[in-house]
Design a protein. Sequence first.
Lengths: 207, 207, 207, 207
Amino acid sequence: MEVKQLSRREREKLRQRQEMLAAALDLFSQKGYHNVSMAEIAQKAEFAIGTLYKFFQNKEDLYKALLLELCEEFEVSISQAIEQPQDEVEKLRSFIRAKTEVVRRNLPVIRLYLAESRGASFNIKAGLDDEIRNRFYLSLEKIAAIFASGIKNHRFKNIADPYYLAVALASVIDATLLLWLDAPERHPYPENPDTILDLFFKGLLEP
Amino acid sequence: MEVKQLSRREREKLRQRQEMLAAALDLFSQKGYHNVSMAEIAQKAEFAIGTLYKFFQNKEDLYKALLLELCEEFEVSISQAIEQPQDEVEKLRSFIRAKTEVVRRNLPVIRLYLAESRGASFNIKAGLDDEIRNRFYLSLEKIAAIFASGIKNHRFKNIADPYYLAVALASVIDATLLLWLDAPERHPYPENPDTILDLFFKGLLEP
Amino acid sequence: MEVKQLSRREREKLRQRQEMLAAALDLFSQKGYHNVSMAEIAQKAEFAIGTLYKFFQNKEDLYKALLLELCEEFEVSISQAIEQPQDEVEKLRSFIRAKTEVVRRNLPVIRLYLAESRGASFNIKAGLDDEIRNRFYLSLEKIAAIFASGIKNHRFKNIADPYYLAVALASVIDATLLLWLDAPERHPYPENPDTILDLFFKGLLEP
Amino acid sequence: MEVKQLSRREREKLRQRQEMLAAALDLFSQKGYHNVSMAEIAQKAEFAIGTLYKFFQNKEDLYKALLLELCEEFEVSISQAIEQPQDEVEKLRSFIRAKTEVVRRNLPVIRLYLAESRGASFNIKAGLDDEIRNRFYLSLEKIAAIFASGIKNHRFKNIADPYYLAVALASVIDATLLLWLDAPERHPYPENPDTILDLFFKGLLEP
DNA sequence: TATGAATGAGGCTTCATTCAT
DNA sequence: AATGAATGAAGCCTCATTCAT
């Protein structure tokens, strides 16, 4: 494995990078990109500003790295969840569970992620956020593939384009998450993925 | 009508305010709150900066006015749509049609509105955006009431809390809109509200 | 008298000017020259800004007019007080009484007057305040003349240059006034001019 | 001595701070607080504006630092002068000498100091200048104590409240200083403190 | 003549980024 | 290699003054 060949120096660097990203993440998710200064991040990460700039070309670069890292975790989790050899219904359940789990682990960034993935962000200059958007779309396509497969297998009714179905499912999960973030006690997050799936399945499943 | 009694001066002022809001809207929705300067807005609106400040106390105030104006239009449209004496299904169709219509008319702001209403924004200092968030929740409750009524009338199955249903419907509409905004030709916006409703109805309607 | 020949129009103008000066005086003395805007003055005087500019060329001009008016009152009062045919001691008593009286009538401006007359002001661009400073010095010379006369008449010991004596007396009066302005109840203003004069007389008077 | 333990870095910082204060002092005393911009100060001190803000939180803070520094020097000088074991008359002489000396060394700020200490200033927002005012009053009380002691020892006649005597003495010194500042050649500053003291002593001293 | 809306220069302050140590 | 002091462009906002009505 490549990982083992990292020298002590390189491992140290990676650790420092992670600390910087963690500090930045914390601040960005609390106050938003434009309300956090590089000095603030440096101080929280306990490095000098100059060191920050050794690791990231500029503020935007740091932000992008942050989001890509997050993206990565999302994708890995979700890919693992749906790549198991299961039937389509079970895959969707796993997807919902995985997404919920990642959210639980990354609570502070959820808003950032939603903003960036859904397009309501202007933190990144035009064109730079394409990568993140594209990766989001790619993971949607994996879900769409499940629906497509389910339709092909006659487990689902063919009531809509699979991609639309995937978008709809993802957006309902996100909406539920936001509801819960805003008022956790009034809108408890459903432990059982079927709470969300029912909305779709009661109609999607063949009789 | 009160409107007719506005003096020429007052009408002129209103028109100027609208021009300022329009310029600001255009810029904000293209570049985001923090990437637009007051000088830029003033120039686009063809007023002096000082004049901008005669109409709006500060940048945040201008932004808030923009969003409230949009809020207003959303609410009026949607209220009118669902207050007709119709059955629940038809009301939901009207809701989707109305929301689509407003979006069509306010294309540039949609991202702004979604960001603010869904919570991924840090443009407004804590506490100031409560009004917008609250009004968003209130309109969701009107939709929830339709679902509740439908459930009570046995037109809908009781598969989930009406508020969740409303949130889910609204989020699916938004997701569809965003899809269309990103790639209008690949993801054309469905003219027929049933395209979206089917997702819910095929399961919600009693057999 | 010229005054009687003022037309109704002219009298009206004069009254308006006085109202503007009164409003400005009130604000300047409360908040200082640089913390008062022309708009504020106009509003308090219940005129339009443009009207203010019909009467005074600019902000500085208005301020200067204010101070000159104040100067005028000081001078008239003090001149009247010391031009009576009295002996020197009585003249100084009259001077202190008159100054006290004017202060009582112009309480809000005292700080302004002291600042300008004593040189601690930067409200007026260099050179413009010369007139005020000069008039202040002129009135000091009138007091100096009293001391000189007293010395010549052997009522006063010749312990210092009369001008220094005048400056000393004026400054002691001002200091007493400031003390009283800062804490009226702890440092009541002396009703009897001899309270101040004693400081000088017990030494000045020939045995 | 603590002073020697300052690192080179700290000494450098202190020197820079002094340069900034010197530049600010020069400008403020020439043109007044409101007629000097931070850009002007930065340029005169030959630093970037941002550097100015590294040392002082804002313009007002810089101004306050300036005055406090001056305050400090005044107080130290005057305290030293009057804490010698001398009789009351000699103490007052020392006080006048010390005050004169400090003034000579701080010529440019004298007007600023007088303005702030005597209350004719609106440069500092309400409440912030209390410290300066209070320290001024405290030093007056030290002088008052000398008079009180002299009265108790029957060296001085009990012709007035000691605090009034202190205020009167201080104000006469200030007035003499201002006279000299305005026209040094016409009103030379008296080298001998007795020139000022005579005004008081000829009456204060018991026969 | 009186008005007050419109102007825009200029002030204060922040902060991303650089670079000498 | 790491540091953080220094930089200065750029942003927000105020307000004296003008001028068309």
